[in-house]
Design a protein around this ligand. Structure first.
Ligand code: BG6
Length: 483
């Protein structure tokens, strides 16, 4: 007998720019991902100054959910999904980002998507901003470092919350908001701050010469304000609305019991996970934030008005992604990178083919750390294994490695619930194969549903059920008892 509560939100998650395609259909404007090329685990994606001839931009077609959504949502229904986490592609609603009136075709598209979910008994959970800022707001305003974006975001959020009142009640403001703490990639993906004057730039994780820490911390502050105002507005539009933050969860262990490693791990855990969580859940920066600003050489002024805004707009629940854990070492030689926040390796853990340390127990550790700190409902809105899948001659796809990864993580969730954690739900990442955010590949597959498409954009787009599809159906039917 498992410990999952009745009404647990089992399901899957996607982001529009990674699955939707139709990048210039139905009046949609360009989004920042639409100018990002494909890459691989060893060849970084590039960000280009507009769309360059002869380059492959995987978001343009992605897996074409724009035209397949009805069938795809039926497949989610067949698995028994209670919840589908997805994002609205902002530039489908406001093509440049700064218009006052929305694009009606975009509004109607998502209305049909939400109605299809309702027909399948699936509760949508909508991310308002999942790494997909309208390119116009990047090009003409410089992205999120510009406080003008707060009002554009609120106008967009007000529009969709009003339009979809009664169809959607769960909202997330910014996907993995803490990625703005990472240099390079974080500033582009999270803040839409495309390097100016550079035509073709490889996307790096961490420090790079065009990274601007002041801009990233300003962008984060602007997003905190936008998120807080959005929470208040969501409750005014419909008291049934529930709004969550979304953090890239990064359980961090000391690499050894050397006290210097322990302190480094504590610092990283705080900064990667709690810097944003504290602002969005507790409504104020943590006491140690000024020491982070000092170390990073940035200045952040929190006016009385800002402080009141942050306090008024705390979230209803805390959501996060969890893929791996990291270790922290005070010894620079021990650092080997690999995880999104870097870190030293962990000899006790296996890694995925993309170098991500597989650590189900780290999920329990993270759930309990976060619940102890915040004491509000938690939701895992991303978790999964990016792997290479082979299609057998008879068309079947056997993915025991994915089932094993998910089973072990779900077991740890069960144990955390037994320890008293209030966990609302679990949406497995990339429930249908989609474009990888970090590498732009199709080869890095997460789905229960296989999509016939390769890294170069070839394929029929046909959908097929993997073994994990049938396994997850059973998990949901038994409310987590039959793993
Ligand atoms: C999270 C993002 O970082 O991880 C998703 O919110 C992303 O957009 C997911 O796809 C998995 O990462 P990747 O790089 O394997 O696609």
């Amino acid at each position: 007998m498992a410990n999952f509560p009745q009404g647990f939100l089992w399901g899957g998650a996607t982001a529009a720019n990674q699955c939707e395609g139709g990048y210039n259909e139905g009046g949609k404007g360009l989004g920042v991902p639409d100018i990002m090329t494909g890459g691989t685990v060893s060849e970084p994606r590039h960000i280009t100054d507009g769309i360059l001839e002869g380059r492959h931009y995987p978001s343009h077609e992605a897996v074409d959910m724009y035209h397949h959504y009805l069938d795809d949502i039926k497949l989610f229904g067949e698995m028994g999904f209670k919840c589908y986490r997805m994002s609205i592609n902002w530039s489908r609603i406001f093509p440049q980002g700064d218009e006052t009136e929305p694009n009606q075709a975009g509004i109607e598209f998502y209305r049909r998507v939400f109605e299809a979910c309702r027909e399948q008994g699936i509760e949508p959970m909508v991310t308002l901003s999942h790494y997909e800022l309208p390119y116009g707001l990047s090009k003409n305003y410089g992205g999120w470092k510009n406080p003008k974006l707060i009002d554009f975001f609120l106008n967009y959020s007000r529009t969709v919350m009003t339009e979809y009142k009664g169809l959607v009640k769960y909202w997330l403001t910014f996907n993995e908001i803490n990625c703005l703490l990472m240099g390079g990639f974080g500033g582009v993906m999270g803040g839409g701050m495309v390097p100016e004057g550079l035509e073709d730039v490889p996307m790096t994780f961490g420090a790079c010469d065009w990274d601007d820490p002041q801009a990233r911390f300003d962008a984060l502050h602007n997003q905190f304000l936008a998120s807080a105002k959005c929470v208040v507005m969501a409750h005014e539009i419909d008291p049934a609305n529930k709004v969550g933050c979304m953090i890239a969860g990064n359980a961090t262990y000391p690499h050894t019991c050397n006290p210097a490693d322990v302190l480094k791990a504590q610092r990283e855990q705080r900064e990667h996970n709690f810097y944003c969580g504290d602002v969005q859940v507790r409504g104020a920066y943590p006491a140690w934030a000024p020491s982070v600003w000092k170390r990073e050489g940035v200045t952040i002024e929190v006016s009385d008005e800002d402080a009141a805004t942050l306090k008024a707009g705390t979230v209803d629940f805390y959501s996060f992604s969890y893929y791996m854990s990291a270790t922290a070492s005070a010894d620079p030689k021990a650092s080997e990178g690999g995880n999104i926040f870097g870190g030293a390796g962990n000899p006790y853990l296996e890694k995925s083919d993309w170098g991500w340390a597989i650590d189900p127990e780290g999920l329990k550790y993270y759930l309990e750390e976060v619940y102890d700190r915040y004491q509000i409902p938690l939701m895992i809105v991303e978790n999964g294994l990016g792997a290479v899948d082979e299609v057998e001659p008879d068309g079947s796809i056997h993915d025991p490695y994915r089932i094993d990864y998910l089973r072990r993580h779900i077991q740890q969730m069960d144990e955390a619930i037994a320890d008293g954690v209030d966990l609302m739900g679990y949406t497995m990442w990339g429930c249908i194969d989609l474009v990888s955010a970090s590498t732009g590949e199709m080869k890095k597959r997460y789905g229960f549903i296989y999509v016939d498409k390769d890294n170069d954009g070839n394929g029929t787009l046909e959908r097929s059920r993997k073994d994990s599809f049938y396994w997850y159906k059973k998990v949901i039917e038994s409310n987590g008892a039959d793993l």
